[in-house]
Design a protein around this ligand. Structure first.
Ligand SMILES: Cc1ncc(COP(=O)(O)O)c(C=O)c1O
Length: 396
């Protein structure tokens, strides 16, 4: 089975565990080092967190709100995030996307804004961005007090016109989950660009705990467990025996290692972050090569379209997505039978639960988009196997 994702940080984890132990004697505070490296990159104030989604908690707890406040989110979005808004008593309004860059349908977005709109999430889903300065200018023209939160969970390293995504809104969140551009086995960060909120956010952040050492050990344990199950030849028989559910359950297992405890990023993950950041361009160089090979192999396959990178002047290589003419569930199923784990439906919001007719583009994307395996260790022979399988399933 070729898994959809790889859990290995660039350079491997074992190397960094040894390096971490050696560095313990140096007494360097890597939480600070990592924070400063990110601040140098993005310009604003960075707050390191145990998960990316905790950035929302930090924002909502630090901005004056009332019970009528609303948040506008794209109707094609990660489903797990919606309860965070609702639990804070914020009413959620959905807005359809456009099919050129998968950002908002601007006309619809503007029509949704009213006196209750407090927040707008601008999501750079798949690492792709829309015409972000234009979107923000139009929102702020309606009401300059609306708070713009850029969701950069997928877009660490993507740029618009040479400027980092995350630096356009009042706030931005990043995720360092094991499948994200910067893989720290979990974690995230809040970037605060609007100086008016820095004091309150710093105050609330200082009340958070650092994770217990047990949580970091558990993350490391899950990591090795995944590596053995997914990649070790020793477990080939087990893999064959459990073939049906092994790659799907692997995602859930890693998620279990990222508990929903609102706390800071651990020292070890900050250490890992500091070094992963230094290696990001090397990793992206490999991913760029893989992306080019993919495009070369599948560009002629009928009924398949490779999604573009929108307004990005530089792309983060979060993943590799295609749009099929057939319903993606059919392709997912046939590819799985051919030993390749593809898909995305299980993670994004099931947009069909909202009013279908109102969100035609989100519905279309939900039904047609497919994530192909994509990671820096993907071998040429796997790429060939994937493209052949895709050819078979697409024209079947
Ligand atoms: C679009 C998007 N936003 C936010 C998040 C939250 O990140 P985390 O899992 O680090 O909390 C994710 C996670 O997958 C995501 O895909």
């Amino acid at each position: 089975m070729i898994p959809r994702r790889d859990v290995k940080p660039y350079g491997g984890l074992t190397y960094y565990i040894f390096k971490w132990f050696v560095n313990l004697f140096n007494k360097v505070d890597y939480s600070l080092e990592f924070k400063h490296s990110l601040e140098k990159l993005f310009g604003g104030n960075i707050f390191l967190l145990a998960r990316g989604r905790f950035a929302f908690d930090l924002i909502f707890d630090s901005v004056n709100r009332n019970k009528n406040n609303e948040i506008i989110v794209p109707n094609y979005y990660l489903k797990e995030l919606i309860p965070i808004f609702k639990n804070k008593g914020i009413k959620v309004k959905y807005c359809d996307i456009n099919l050129n860059d998968y950002s908002y349908n601007i006309r619809e977005l503007l029509s949704q804004i009213d006196e209750h709109t407090k927040y707008v999430i601008v999501s750079h889903i798949f690492g792709i961005c829309g015409d972000i300065p234009n979107i923000i200018t139009k929102i702020k023209k309606r009401n300059k007090n609306i708070i713009i939160i850029e969701d950069c969970a997928h877009s660490f390293g993507s740029e618009y016109n040479g400027k980092n995504l995350g630096t356009f809104g009042d706030f931005a969140l990043f995720s360092f989950d094991y499948i994200k551009p910067l893989n720290l086995l979990g974690g995230g960060a809040l970037l605060v660009n609007n100086k008016n909120y820095v004091t309150k956010i710093s105050e609330n952040y200082s009340k958070l705990n650092k994770p217990k050492i047990f949580n970091t050990v558990r993350k490391i344990w899950y990591y090795y467990f995944q590596m053995i199950i997914l990649h070790s030849p020793l477990f080939l028989l087990l893999k064959i025996a459990l073939r049906k559910n092994i790659t799907k359950s692997h995602i859930k297992k890693m998620h279990k290692a990222n508990p929903n405890v609102f706390e800071k990023l651990s020292g070890f993950q900050s250490f890992l972050g500091y070094y992963q950041l230094q290696n990001l361009s090397k990793k992206n160089f490999k991913l760029e090569k893989i992306r080019k090979k993919y495009i070369h192999l599948i560009k002629e396959i009928p009924h398949i379209k490779i999604i573009n990178t929108g307004f990005c002047s530089k792309y983060s290589y979060y993943s590799f997505f295609i749009i099929s003419e057939k319903d993606s569930s059919i392709i997912e199923k046939s590819m799985y039978e051919l030993g390749i784990d593809v898909g995305i439906k299980d993670e994004v919001m099931d947009v069909r639960s909202n009013d279908r007719g109102l969100y035609p583009n989100s519905n279309m994307l939900y039904e047609k988009i497919i994530q192909l395996p994509f990671y820096y260790r993907l071998k040429d022979k796997s790429l060939l196997k994937i493209s052949n399988a895709l050819k078979k399933t697409a024209i079947r």
